[in-house]
Structure formats: C-alpha cells, structure tokens
Design a protein. Sequence first.
Length: 161
Amino acid sequence: MTIEVGNTIPTATLKYIGAGGVTNIEVSKHFSNKKIVVFSVPGAFTPTCSAKHLPGFVEYSADILSKGVDEIICISVNDPFVMNAWEKDQNSKGKVTLLADGNGEFTEALGLTFDGSGFGLGKRSKRFAMIVENGTVSHLAIEEAGAFEISSAESILKALD
C-alpha cells in the first residue's frame, strides 16, 4: 500500500556518514516535532538525479528553509558511502541531508519501490517528494515513471506557500 497524505511516516533506519563514521537515523525519532521536506531519487549519480533533482534542492534550500522547514532530506536506495560521495560531488552538505536506504526498507514501507532490474538497478525508489510535519505526511508528489515535474524543488516551494 502506498503512503498517503495524512499517514504517519513508517518506522525505519536510514544511514548517514558523519564525523564518527556510519550513523543510524531512526526515522520516527528524527521526524518527530519537525517539518521536513523529503525527496527520493532512483539513484545517486544517475542523470536526472544529478543534473536536476538534487541540484534544484541545493539551489533553493534557503528558500525552502525560510518557509518553516527544519530540514531537507534526499533519500536513495544506495549505500551510505555512495551517498557520502554524492554529497561531496553535489556540494550539498549543510543544504540537503543525503540519507541511504541501502536495502530499500524505508522506500518499501512507503510503498514507493519499483523494479529496475531491467536496467541493472534492482529494487529502487520511485521519484517523489513529500512534506512531513511531526511525522505525518502533509503533501505528497509521486512522479510517473521517467517524469520529473511535481517532485522538483520549485514544486515543493509552491506547496509550502
């Protein structure tokens, strides 16, 4: 079942590489008492994700945060080492937090996976963006396969108005 507006974000553990190495991020705790913009990409270093999706959120991060958002999070079904390298490549540190959903457990709990095996990608996340307020989804935009429109930083800015 796909998550919907009004649903509580599922419990899961995501990973991040910080100063002390790989860190577990417990989603239910991390999202508590915060307004967070979350977007997900099919893969780090993939064309649309690296050329448009993440760069848009990096570019508009100050505008998004000025709307009362506590944090912008990008999630991908990649390992934390890949996400750390992508964070450096995209110069996103301090603007967008990149979290790894290496086994796709969080994405699967959201009901937002797709099978990319035909492209050698395995199980991946659909492209989406959501606004989560105190653990509850208040806005959700799921892209059709191959599309990049409603999950962009510009679209999220409009949703925050």
